[in-house]
Design a protein around this ligand. Structure first.
Ligand code: NAP
Ligand code: MG
Length: 485
C-alpha cells in the first residue's frame, strides 16, 4: 500500500526504518521482585514475539502463585518500612526522576514498544512514550499536594496495589497505574500482558536507575493465571484492572466482600457522531484517528460511526479516499500508519467478527493493499448498511474495523449512541457549540470528545459507565482510586 498514484505515475515511499540498535533485548528475563531480578520458583517461562515478523524477541518468566506471593510480601515490606514513612515531597522526587529518565530513554522505549506490540513507531514515539512521561510528571507534582486534592486534610494511601494491564498500550497503561499509586504513597505489584511484557521489564530497570527503594515497584510477568493470583491475593488492598469486560466481571465477583478497593477500565463501543454541518475533511481525520489509530486496539475507539443521513455520501467518499492513502507495514518504518495486529488470537477474533458482519448482511469494504507474508495483519475495513442489531454494531471488535450507521435528528443520534452496554467514550462533530453541549449532556459516556477524538492528557479523568467499568484514571480524580477516602 506504500503507493500514491497520480495519473500513470506511481510514487513509492522509500523505506525509513528506525534503527533497533538502540534496544538491548536480553535473551531471557527474570521477575522484578524487591528491587532484584529473580527466577520464578517453578522455572516456567514463555516467549514474547514481534507480531509483525513472528520473530522471538525474548524468553520471559511466568510467575506462579508463590512468586506473586513473594512480590506482594516485598511490596508490603517496602510500604511498611520505607515508602509510607517518606515525606511526600521525597516520593515526588523519585517520580520526577523516573519521568526524566523516561524522557531520556524515550527512543529506546518507543522502539521496544513497537517491536513487542506491533504498533507504528510514529505512534509509540509521538503518542505513547511522551504521554507516559507526562503521566509521571503530572503525578510527581501531586505527591506533596494531596492535602489540597479535595479528599480531606491528610488523605492516607491504601497500602499495596495489585495492577493488571492489557497489551494495547503496554507502557502507557503501566504509567496510568503506577504513577498515581506511587504518588499517593502506595507500593505496587504489576502484571503486564503476556504478549507485551518487554517495556514493563525495561521500566523495572528504570526504577533501579532512579534508585527507587526496593519493593516499591514489583513486576510479575505471566498470563491470565498470574493476573488471577495477583487480584485474588489476600495481601493486597487495591486492584486496578484494564482489559476485557469478561475478565473485569470475574474480578468484580472475586473481590466482592474482600474489602479491596477496585477500579475497572473495560471495553467500549464508542459512537463517533458526524453532523452534516461538520467540516468534512477534519471529521474524516477524526474518524480515521478514532478507529485506525493503534490498529483499532483502543478501548475508547470510535468503532461505530454515526453519520447524519444528508452527509453520508460525502463523508463515505472522503473516508475511502483517505483510507487508501494509509500505509500498512513494518511498525519500525517512520512512514507506517497501520502496524501489525498484536497476536494471532486477536487477528482470529477480528476475522471472525468481520465474517459475521458480512453474513448478517452488512456491506464490507476494504482498502486494496498487500499484506506482509509474515506476521499478523488486517487491512482497514469499513462496514456500511449496518443496523443496530448487527453484532459488529454491538460487540467490541478491537481491530481496524469501522461500522457505519446513519441518523436523521440529534435525538436519534443520542438514542443510537447510547444503545450499547458500554459507555467509555463518544465523539461529536458539528459546527454548533450549543449542539456539542446538548449532546455531551445526553451521551452516557465517560469521555465526550468534541471535534476531536482519542486525545489524552494526564490532567483529564478517563473511565467508563455501565459495562465499561468504574473508577477514574488521570488528573485529580485519578488520585481517589489510590487514597483511603
Ligand atoms: P483480558 O484477558 O481481559 O486481558 C487483560 C489483562 O488481564 C491481561 O494482562 C491478561 O493476561 C489478564 N488476565 C486474563 N485473565 C485474567 C484473570 N482471570 N484474572 C486476572 N487477570 C487476567 O483481555 P485480552 O484477552 O487481552 O483481550 C480480549 C478482549 O478484551 C479484546 O478483544 C478487547 O475486546 C478487550 N480488551 C480491552 C482492553 C481495554 O483497554 N479496555 C484492552 C485489551 C483488551 P494475559 O493477556 O497475559 O493473558
Ligand atoms: Mg510481543
Amino acid at each position: 500500500m506504500a503507493v500514491a498514484e497520480m495519473g500513470s505515475k506511481k510514487f513509492d515511499y522509500a523505506p525509513a526504518p528506525e534503527s533497533r540498535a538502540i534496544v538491548d533485548i536480553q535473551p531471557s528475563y527474570g521477575l522484578f521482585i524487591g528491587g532484584q531480578w529473580v527466577d520464578p520458583t517453578d522455572g516456567h517461562a514463555f516467549k514474547t514475539i514481534s507480531p509483525s515478523s513472528e520473530e522471538v524477541l525474548a524468553e520471559v518468566s511466568e510467575a506462579g502463585p508463590g512468586d506473586v506471593d513473594r512480590a506482594v510480601k516485598a511490596a508490603r515490606k517496602a510500604y511498611d518500612t520505607v515508602w509510607s514513612k517518606l515525606p511526600a515531597r521525597e516520593r515526588g522526587k523519585y517520580l520526577f526522576r523516573i519521568a526524566r529518565i523516561l524522557q531520556e530513554r524515550a527512543r529506546e522505549l518507543a522502539v521496544l514498544e513497537s517491536l513487542d506490540n506491533g504498533k507504528p513507531i510514529r505512534e509509540s514515539r509521538d503518542v505513547d512514550v511522551p504521554l507516559v512521561a507526562a503521566w509521571f510528571f503530572h503525578y510527581a507534582g501531586w505527591a506533596d499536594k494531596l492535602d489540597h486534592a479535595g479528599f480531606g486534610s491528610s488523605p492516607k494511601p491504601l497500602g499495596v496495589a495489585g495492577q493488571v494491564i492489557p497489551w494495547n498500550f503496554p507502557l502507557l497503561m503501566l504509567a496510568w497505574k503506577v504513577a498515581p499509586a506511587l504518588a499517593c504513597g502506595n507500593t505496587v505489584v504489576l502484571k503486564p500482558a503476556e504478549t507485551t511484557p518487554l517495556t514493563a521489564l525495561l521500566f523495572a530497570e528504570i526504577c533501579q536507575q532512579a534508585d527507587l527503594p526496593p519493593g516499591v515497584v514489583n513486576i510479575v510477568t505471566g498470563a491470565g493465571d498470574t493476573g488471577r493470583s495477583l487480584v485474588e491475593h489476600p495481601g493486597i488492598d487495591k486492584v486496578a484492572f484494564t482489559g476485557s469486560t469478561e475478565v473485569g466481571k470475574m474480578i468484580a465477583r472475586s473481590t466482592a466482600g474482600t474489602g479491596k478497593k477496585v477500579t475497572l477500565e473495560l471495553g467500549g463501543k464508542a459512537a463517533n457522531i458526524v453532523f452534516d454541518d461538520a467540516p468534512v475533511d477534519q471529521a474524516v481525520e477524526g474518524i480515521v484517528n478514532g478507529i485506525f489509530f493503534n490498529q483499532g486496539h483502543v478501548c475508547c475507539a470510535g468503532s461505530r460511526l454515526l453519520v447524519q443521513e444528508s452527509a453520508f455520501d460525502e463523508v463515505l467518499e472522503s473516508l475511502k479516499r483517505r483510507l487508501s492513502t494509509l500505509r500498512l507495514g513494518d511498525p519500525l518504518d517512520k512512514n507506517t500508519d497501520i502496524g501489525a495486529i498484536n497476536s494471532l488470537e486477536q487477528l482470529t477474533r477480528i476475522r471472525e467478527l468481520s465474517e459475521v458482519g458480512e453474513s448478517e448482511g452488512a456491506a464490507r469494504w476494504t482498502v486494496a493493499c498487500e499484506l506482509p507474508d509474515k506476521g499478523f495483519w488486517f487491512p482497514p475495513t469499513v462496514f456500511t448498511g449496518v443496523s443496530q442489531a448487527h453484532r459488529i454494531a454491538r460487540e467490541e471488535i478491537f481491530g481496524p474495523v469501522l461500522s457505519v450507521l446513519t441518523f436523521r435528528t440529534p435525538q436519534e443520534a443520542v438514542e443510537k449512541a447510547n444503545n450499547t452496554p458500554y459507555g467509555l467514550s463518544a465523539g461529536v462533530w458539528t459546527d454548533k457549540g450549543s449542539r456539542i453541549l446538548w449532546m455531551a449532556d445526553k451521551l452516557r459516556a465517560g469521555v465526550v470528545w468534541a471535534n476531536t477524538f482519542n486525545r489524552f492528557d494526564p490532567t483529564s479523568p478517563f473511565g467508563g459507565y455501565k459495562e465499561s467499568g468504574y473508577g477514574r484514571e488521570g488528573g485529580r480524580h485519578g488520585l481517589e482510586a489510590y487514597l483511603d477516602v
